[in-house]
Design a protein around this ligand. Structure first.
Ligand SMILES: *[C@@H]1O[C@H](CO)[C@@H](O)[C@H](O)[C@H]1NC(C)=O
Length: 339
């Protein structure tokens, strides 16, 4: 009798513990209607002095890396919370419950980490507004990009004094192909008009503009992102540049590690799965293909919008150039601090 009671007690206990893990994972799901007015916090209640990190997760292989990067963010007093947005619909719930549990244990500071299963694999879902965001500043980042603490603080300071701009670390460019007379996606050594979601600061209200604003044209452009399975970052650059008539700002990081492009990995498993990932030829043609597709996105967005809002920016904002005066010392010019 006693044994039966303690056994059933144990069973209940097990069920409760199990349920609480699943429950804590379920509590942070996407808001029912992200665009509902009730989902928009009064901007006056949002903090200016902290950051909400929205980290994209997709690949199960990279979970250990994701976990370590997410934990690193919580070590910064600037970070209010880290939301890991899981975009891979085929990941088993059990894995996510485990990850959620692991993440909750790995937070260093006062910032919390939560795991959110995205409603679909749509890249637009990266930019869904969320009622749990309590800050003006949102850092959009990938699960395989790591930046040092000092550079994070610096980038945030630059954002604070340019809160309407997009701030990024990785920059690209649009341009006109004069031969084919069409917009293309490219990289210029001296100017840029697009910052990538690998690591991008933006004002949280832009999430709402991207996901809920802009009427039929915006809906059509979000549909293009879904169709191309790409270019959500280009579209965000369109949205912001169109609003403020200014390009993004690129900041220099002291140390930034990019462990690989999730989007490219995903493409390999997708429509072009047979493409070799090891041969150099395969790699460069993949890059070329990537550029072509991004160029197509620019052309499509331009067609739908009827104008080209992207604006060029020049130069990179860096923390310190270590300005040095030159002094004469024994007939030679040397740095003054060496005199
Ligand atoms: C969670 O942590 C445990 C123990 O360290 C580990 O064995 C497991 O692989 C982790 N799972 C996930 C999904 O992070």
């Amino acid at each position: 009798m006693n044994l039966v009671i303690s056994l059933s007690f144990l069973l209940v206990l097990l069920l409760v513990t199990r349920e609480s893990v699943v429950f804590s994972y379920r509590t942070v799901t996407t808001d029912a209607d992200p665009c509902a007015a009730t989902n928009q916090r009064d901007p006056r209640t949002l903090r200016w002095d902290q950051i909400t990190v929205l980290m994209n997760g997709y690949s199960e292989d990279r979970i250990p890396l994701l976990q370590s990067i997410a934990a690193t963010y919580t070590a910064s007093p600037l970070v209010s919370s880290v939301l890991v947005l899981w975009g891979n619909p085929s990941t088993p719930t059990r894995t996510l419950s485990q990850l959620s549990h692991n993440l909750s244990l790995s937070s260093f500071g006062s910032a919390s980490i939560s795991l959110i299963r995205q409603p679909s694999s749509s890249l637009n879902a990266r930019f869904l507004p969320r009622s749990s965001i309590r800050t003006h500043a949102v850092l959009i980042c990938d699960d395989d990009v790591e930046m040092d603490q000092k550079s994070l603080e610096f980038a945030f300071r630059i954002w604070q004094s340019n809160a309407n701009r997009l701030i990024g670390v990785f920059a690209r460019s649009h341009d006109v192909d004069l031969v084919n007379k069409e917009w293309i996606y490219t990289v210029h050594p001296d100017k840029y008009s697009i910052v990538l979601t690998k690591l991008m600061f933006l004002k949280s209200s832009y999430l709402f503009e991207y996901s809920c604003g802009g009427g039929a044209a915006m809906g059509e452009m979000r549909r293009i992102v879904d169709e191309m399975r790409n270019c959500e970052d280009i579209l965000m650059n369109f949205v912001v540049a169109d609003r403020i008539n200014a390009g993004p700002l690129m900041v220099g990081a002291e140390r930034v590690r990019d462990w690989g492009d999730a989007r490219n990995d995903r493409d390999d498993g997708g429509a072009r799965g047979s493409r070799s990932r090891v041969s150099a030829v395969g790699l460069s043609s993949r890059k070329m293909e990537h550029r072509k597709r991004r160029g197509k996105c620019i052309r499509e967005f331009h067609r739908v919008l009827g104008r080209m809002p992207l604006r060029y920016s020049y130069g990179k904002v860096v923390n310190s150039v270590g300005e040095q005066g030159l002094c004469e010392n024994g007939g030679k010019l040397v740095f003054c601090d060496q005199v």
